[in-house]
Each structure stands twice: as structure tokens, then as C-alpha cells.
Design a protein around this ligand. Structure first.
Ligand SMILES: *[C@@H]1O[C@H](CO)[C@@H](O)[C@H](O)[C@H]1NC(C)=O
Ligand SMILES: *[C@@H]1O[C@H](CO)[C@@H](O)[C@H](O)[C@H]1NC(C)=O
Ligand SMILES: [Zn+2]
Length: 506
């Protein structure tokens, strides 16, 4: 724009704003609650980072079942309980007893913390789920620094659990505590479910949720989970779906012992040949699943839905580079996202009993077990898929006229999860993201399964929101896990803004 025109336009705009304000001489409006909160969080960010440092320093590894680590995990839960109490919440540390290990040894299970703050019937009640256990980490695995010493480099806070999930749990607590610090009424009632066994299969959680349905969860309006990542480094995201999974074992057996091909080769129906044919019948070279009926209940693609994939911020070249894949099955960003999120996929994982060492042994395996799984999407049904897979494999096997014995079993069956993005909490989260980050979120799904969302939705019949805070390169479960200071601090503001928006919509 011509600079003179620009000046005129802004003068005109200023005049219009003044007229709109009614009084020409009115003073600047007092800062709104969110401005005060934002300023407070900015000023106190080093304290928030310090608390994260103290939490990361606890080696709360739930994966390795050793007494020293289990004590650390219990200490972590006790620290969190104390933090919530200081916040003014009432905290119930639910004892889950102990865990029997295969060797006969037993270890105490960490308690699940159920906490609540506020009980005003006029306010919505938002329940936050998070976990305080972490994946194992050793500096020798390739960490630049000790994984349990939060280390800041270029605004990145490196440490095990920084993004998964201690940072987001603390961001939520920071948001709650800031309302108190600036003497603002907390606009929502808050509940917390904090567990310590997420990385080890959430032992005891589903049962507890079921047991507490009519008690702790009775007044809950919405459930929020912040335990996944954005798809981008800079652009925030809202997650509204995850794929399910059905995992199959297909065994082909002639006898338990192996054979020698010099002695039996030429006269046997070989189990591994049968199994290779079975596995080869599942999917074609373009990734299309060949099991009859498998696509029948996949939700039809609408034009509106197509547009959502266009808007997602994904740099395909960078994605290819970072995953070291020369060429994917699909060329465009939209196709790739759809095949990760809204279409099923079939993956072949391995063969038990096959000869997989180096060398050239002339063995004929006597019994082999093939392993594959199908990622499920709305509106596929686990039990229908199980029947389709079994029927297909039996059909293919019968055509081989093999006297071997085939057995098919489904060992994991997780339904897909999809939220209704018109629910209040999605609208509130979108508005909060706009306010804090000044842009629209990526509406994303997760190609893997996050069973907890489905458990909450199915068991409690409540609306679940996944609102991630971490960037795509945070490296959860990996070496040099980190959360950016910016994500942690702006994320704390985001939760505060979310409370305010939630209260407005309620
Ligand atoms: C991907 O890798 C190629 C070759 O190493 C490089 O030229 C290109 O800049 C990279 N692109 C991105 C987006 O990182
Ligand atoms: C899945 O299909 C079975 C019938 O095979 C039905 O009983 C069940 O209710 C379905 N489950 C869902 C979640 O739709
Ligand atoms: Zn996690």
C-alpha cells in the first residue's frame, strides 16, 4: 500500500474505533483476565521451568520392573499429590495394590491420583487426564546430556518425560494456579486423573474408571487429554481421532520339530510355504487390503472432510527426509494423511519359527506363526473384521489342499476413536488456540491407537478432547526427548484460555 494511503486508513480506523467505543476520551480498558494471566505466566516462566526440572529429575520409569525405579515412580506420584494439594485440590491417592512379575516377585503399583478443585454447579467441570511415568532412558543410548537433568539449549528443554507427559501435566497445573495468583475466579471446576503406569499398559486404569463412573466422574462434563504431538513444529493442532487395531496370529503347523530339506524336501506340504501364500494374499502392491468386505464400513469421504486435509501443515519433503523413505505409496499430502488417518492399513510384522539368523541352514520349519495387524478406522467393527479375516484365510488355505493345521487368532482388538468436532470443547479449544497463537489449529488424527481416549468415551459416555502442546520433533519415547520452552509456556496460557472459553460456552 502507498504509505500515505496507509496512514490515512489507520487514522480512519482509529476514528472508527473511537466512535465505536462511544466516548472520545475513555481511558484504555483494564486488561482482561487472559491478559493478566498471560503476563503473569511470562513473568514467572522460569519458576514453571524449574518445577518441570524437579519433575524430570525423578526417574519414574514404569517399564523396567525393578524396585529402585518403582520407588522413584511412587515418589513422583507423591510429589504430584502434594503439588495438587498446595493448589487447593482434594486428592485421593487410589492404591492399586501390587503387580505380580513372571519371576514370582512383586512390586507395588503406583497409586492413581483422583483430584478435584471447585464444585460450583454453574461452572462446567473439565477433567484432565495425564501420566507421570516415563519410558526408560540412559545417557549412553545417545542422549547429549543426562536424560534426568532438564537441559536447555536454544529454547529446547531436553529431558525424559519433558513432553511425554510431565510438561503438559504441569502446563495444566500452571494454568490453574495462575488464576489464583492473579486473584481471578477459576472459571471451571477442575478434576485430575494422573496415573503412573501409562507406558506399561495403564495397569488398573480402566477398572478404576469403571468403578468411579457414578462417583468421581459423575459430575464431569468433558475430558481432556494432552498426550500426543502437533503435526508441525510451529502450528498448533487439535486431535479428533485415532485408529484402532486388530492384531492377528496365523499358525501353520505340520509338527513341532523342524525337518531337513535333504531328507524331506520334495515330499512335504511345507508350513512356511503355506504361510507365505497366506500372508501374500492379504494386501497388494499398492497397499490395498484384499480381504473381502474389509472396506465395507469405512466412512465415506465427504467434500468438507477433504478440505480439512488440505489445510493441514505437513511438509512432505521434510517428512520423507526425516523418515528416510525415498517414495511413499502416495504422492500428495492429502492422500498420505487420509491413508494414515481415515483408511485402514494392513502391516505384516513377522514370522515366529522361521529361520531368521544369518547363514544358509537347510531347514524346513515344522511350525510357523505369521503376525499381522490391521489399523481400524470409523466405522469398522473389530468383531466383524475378525470374522472377515478368518473367513478369508480359511478360504485361501483350503485352496492349497494342505494337510497342515492352520489356526487364526486375534490377540488385540481396539476400536477406532473419533470425536465430534462440533462439541463445545472443540469449539472452545479452537477459540483458545486462535487467541493464544493467532492462527487456526491443524485438525489432525493419530494413525496409532491411544486406548485411553476410547476407554473414557465408551465407559463414561463423555466427550473427549485431545489437545496436544508439543511440537512434532519432540521425540517422545526417543533419545533427546524435549519440549520447547515456547510450547510449554504458551501451552500453559492455552489451557487458561481454554478454561475461559469453556465457561463462556457452557
Ligand atoms: C531433503 O533432503 C534433500 C537431500 O538431502 C535436501 O536437498 C532437501 O533440502 C531436504 N528437504 C527438506 C525440506 O529438508
Ligand atoms: C460389532 O458387530 C457385532 C456383530 O458382529 C455387534 O454385536 C456389535 O454391537 C458391533 N459393535 C459395534 C461397536 O458396533
Ligand atoms: Zn504419553
Amino acid at each position: 500500500m502507498d504509505p500515505k494511503l496507509g496512514r490515512m486508513a489507520s487514522a480512519l480506523l482509529a476514528l472508527l474505533l473511537l466512535l465505536d467505543g462511544g466516548m472520545l476520551s475513555s481511558p484504555a480498558p483494564p486488561p482482561g483476565p487472559l491478559e493478566k494471566i498471560g503476563r503473569y505466566i511470562d513473568l514467572h516462566q522460569d519458576e514453571f521451568v524449574q518445577t518441570l526440572r524437579e519433575w524430570v529429575a525423578v526417574e519414574s520409569d514404569s517399564v523396567q520392573p525393578v524396585p529402585r525405579l518403582r520407588q522413584e515412580l511412587l515418589r513422583m506420584m507423591a510429589m504430584a499429590a502434594e503439588k495438587l494439594q498446595r493448589l487447593g485440590a482434594s486428592v485421593d491417592s487410589v492404591d492399586l495394590g501390587s503387580q505380580q512379575l513372571p519371576g514370582g516377585q512383586s512390586l507395588p503399583l503406583p497409586p492413581i491420583l483422583l483430584a478435584e478443585l471447585g464444585n460450583d454447579p454453574r461452572k462446567p467441570t473439565v477433567c484432565f487426564y495425564g501420566h507421570l511415568d516415563v519410558q526408560p532412558a540412559k545417557q549412553g543410548d545417545g542422549w547429549l546430556a543426562d536424560p534426568y537433568t532438564l537441559t536447555e539449549v536454544d529454547g529446547k528443554l531436553y529431558g525424559r518425560g519433558a513432553t511425554d507427559n510431565k510438561g503438559p501435566v504441569l502446563a495444566w497445573i500452571n494454568a490453574v494456579s495462575t488464576f489464583g495468583a492473579v486473584e481471578q475466579d477459576l472459571p471451571v471446576n477442575v478434576k485430575f486423573v494422573l496415573e503412573g503406569m501409562e507406558e506399561a499398559g495403564s495397569v488398573g486404569l480402566e477398572e478404576l474408571v469403571r468403578r468411579e463412573k457414578e462417583r468421581f466422574f459423575a459430575g464431569v462434563d468433558y475430558i481432556l487429554i494432552s498426550d500426543n504431538l502437533w503435526l508441525s513444529r510451529k502450528k498448533p493442532a487439535l486431535t479428533y481421532g485415532t485408529r484402532g487395531n486388530s492384531y492377528f496370529l496365523v499358525e501353520v503347523k505340520c509338527r513341532t520339530q523342524d525337518f531337513h530339506s535333504g531328507t524331506f524336501g520334495g515330499i512335504l506340504h511345507e508350513p512356511l510355504a503355506d504361510l507365505v501364500a497366506l500372508l501374500g494374499s492379504l494386501v497388494d502392491s499398492s497397499g490395498h487390503i484384499l480381504i473381502p468386505g474389509i472396506y465395507d464400513s469405512v466412512a465415506p469421504l465427504t467434500e468438507d472432510e477433504k478440505d480439512t486435509y488440505k489445510a493441514v501443515d505437513l511438509d512432505l519433503e521434510e517428512y520423507r527426509n526425516s523418515s528416510q523413505v525415498e517414495k511413499f505409496l502416495f504422492e500428495t499430502k492429502e492422500e498420505i494423511l487420509m491413508h494414515l488417518w481415515r483408511y485402514p492399513s494392513l502391516s505384516i510384522h513377522g514370522i515366529e519359527g522361521a529361520f531368521d539368523e544369518p547363514g544358509a541352514k537347510t531347514v524346513i520349519p515344522g511350525r510357523v506363526v505369521g503376525k499381522f495387524s490391521i489399523r481400524l478406522v470409523p466405522h469398522m467393527n473389530v468383531s466383524v473384521v475378525e470374522k472377515q479375516v478368518k473367513r478369508h484365510l480359511e478360504d485361501v488355505f483350503s485352496k492349497r489342499n494342505s494337510p497342515n493345521h492352520m489356526t487364526v487368532s486375534m490377540v488385540v482388538g481396539l476400536q477406532p476413536w473419533l470425536a465430534n468436532t462440533d462439541d463445545n470443547q472443540y469449539l472452545a479449544a479452537k477459540r483458545a488456540i486462535r487467541t493464544v497463537f493467532g492462527r487456526e489449529p491443524d485438525m489432525i488424527r493419530d494413525g496409532s491407537s491411544i486406548p485411553i481416549a476410547k476407554i473414557f468415551q465408551d465407559t463414561l459416555q463423555k466427550s473427549v478432547l485431545m489437545l496436544p502442546l508439543g511440537a512434532v520433533d519432540d521425540g517422545e519415547h526417543s533419545q533427546n526427548e524435549k519440549i520447547n520452552r515456547w510450547n510449554y509456556i504458551e501451552g500453559s496460557k492455552l489451557f487458561a484460555a481454554f478454561f475461559l472459553e469453556m465457561a463462556k460456552l457452557h
